[in-house]
Design a protein around this ligand. Structure first.
Ligand code: AHR
Length: 493
């Protein structure tokens, strides 16, 4: 098979917002306790944070980390997590039926994000929480001092405000599983009043309103339309969530990125409909603040335990290829998707996996996510692609999906490509004449014979990208043979 890609540097789509490479940590299972925080661990720092996990997160260069939930959020009392640890209450977490010890709260999480080089993407409880609870949380986090709540933060050891600029106004409020789920109009009204408080307290803050919890919800896109009709002029983003499953058809599963593109386009159309209805000059951006592969759902019964193993998917090479494809869809929609959070980051459907008292490993999906985060910054170009397509349940899927990033400062061009063909060595021709002559500086490839291969504590590097031989001579057209079922990153300078 042959695929021809013509890259023209003037055909720009958008400057990538680095928040596209964000992630998510919820008080859920072992994400916090024995994930990022394990005071007795030999590698724990003075605050009890695992330094092996810190190092893995740092390498991903994650700009924002959404916190504290997720479904957990809709029953969370943020004041439980502040003040002396020994006085904090142990609570029932009704969302996940576990015990929440509250040893970590906003102050500790903020400290951890600084250690990993990230910022907090805050979220406020729109389930059991009131508008006043949310406003109190904004004040505690962002108001400098001289009020009861800001001084409380200072007494608790944080003199300077946390300056949390991006706030999710609730989580998945369209879902019947959500604590105190609302209908779209009720949520829209509550979200509007909450955003007004947010922006009065901190005019620099941005608000993400809850869109649908998946494009598969029967209420999508009506929910989104109604929520936006209530909040359009005050909100900055509408959220999307989407997880992909393998229904025992690898071709369909590999085409998940096609479906993500369709979902994003439908959300954009909905937002733009409301824009037209309101005669607004403002464009609504999207925050895909939960995305990943998630389908294994292996878990032990865990009623009312502290930090049980929940949603600990073990990812395969195939899952990593799918995550790579989803990353390409994010880049190719960077004109409207400004924030995206890989859900989640540690242990719970996550690229980083820990053993209590033991080591930490990088799951297979760590690598494509790291690739897009490290090499996906710059201007997204829209190449012209000629190549075969195959039919899948999500529509026609290109044999090779690509994304091209021009980093004008670094003077490099990065070409990402996913070969979805099982038996197809692809002759991939890249025409980059508009850049003059370029040299290929590297090519890494994630592939393998066994699609079910995983990284384990015994074999932590079983699935790993490898360096491919590169053409050293300067050229304007490159011919590359892509291995079947492979995730590739090529850099030209
Ligand atoms: O990420 C796991 C869960 O998935 C989150 O708590 C929820 O928001 C979503 O349904």
């Amino acid at each position: 098979d042959e695929v021809r890609v013509c890259v023209e540097k003037a055909f720009t789509l958008a400057q990538v917002d680095e928040r596209l490479f964000s992630s998510f940590i919820e008080h859920l299972g072992r994400a916090i306790y024995t994930g990022i925080y394990e005071p007795g661990h030999p590698l724990a720092d003075e605050q009890g944070f695992r330094t092996d996990v810190i190092d893995f997160v740092k390498d991903l260069r994650v700009p924002l980390i959404r916190y504290p939930g997720g479904n957990f959020l809709s029953g969370y009392r943020w004041m439980d997590g502040i003040g002396p640890k020994e006085k904090r209450p142990v609570r029932l977490d009704v969302a996940w039926k576990t015990l929440e010890p509250n040893e970590i709260g906003i102050g500790e999480f903020y400290d951890w994000t600084r250690k990993v080089g990230s910022k907090v993407m805050g979220s406020v409880n729109m389930g059991t929480g009131t508008v006043q609870d949310a406003a109190d949380f904004f004040e505690y986090c962002n108001y400098p001092g001289g009020t009861y709540l800001s001084d409380l933060r200072r007494q608790n050891g944080h003199d300077a405000p946390f300056d949390i600029r991006t706030w999710c106004i609730g989580n998945e409020m369209d879902g019947h599983w959500q604590i105190c789920h609302l209908d779209a109009a009720d949520y829209g009204k509550k979200a509007l009043e909450t955003i007004k408080m947010l922006k009065w307290i901190d005019p620099q803050s941005e608000a993400v309103v809850c869109g649908s919890s998946s494009g598969l919800m029967k209420s999508f896109p009506e929910w989104d339309r109604i929520v936006l009709e209530h909040t359009y002029e005050k909100a900055d983003f509408i959220s999307l969530h989407r997880y992909y499953e393998n229904f025992d058809n690898d071709d369909d599963f590999l085409a998940s990125f096609v479906e993500l593109g369709t979902y994003i386009k439908a959300a954009i159309a909905t937002a733009d409909y409301v824009k037209a209805l309101k005669r607004s000059a403002k464009t609504m951006y999207l925050s895909l603040d939960e995305w990943n592969v998630w389908y294994q759902r292996r878990q032990e019964p865990h009623d009312w335990q502290k930090a049980p193993s929940i949603l600990e998917d073990h990812y395969s090479l195939l899952d990593a290829l799918v995550v790579g494809g989803l990353g390409l869809t994010l880049l190719n929609n960077a004109n409207r998707v400004k924030i995206a959070c890989l859900a989640q980051l540690v242990n719970v459907i996550a690229p980083i996996f820990t053993k209590e008292g033991g080591s930490a490993i990088r799951q297979t999906i760590y690598y494509p996510f790291r690739d897009i985060s490290l090499h996906g910054r710059g201007v997204v170009l829209t190449p012209v692609v000629h190549g075969p397509k195959k039919e899948t349940k999500y529509g026609d899927c290109p044999l090779v999906e690509t994304a091209v990033i021009h980093d004008e400062e670094g003077k490099t061009v990065t070409v990402f490509c996913l070969n979805t063909g099982k038996n197809d060595l692809v002759e991939f021709t890249l025409d980059m004449r508009s850049f003059g002559k370029l040299r290929m500086s590297f090519w890494t490839c994630l592939t393998g014979k066994d699609l079910s291969a995983e990284n384990t504590f015994e074999k932590p590097n079983a699935v790993n990208p490898r360096n491919m031989p590169v053409e050293k001579t300067a050229a304007s057209t490159f011919s590359i043979t892509l291995p079947p079922l492979s995730w590739n990153v090529m850099k030209f300078a």
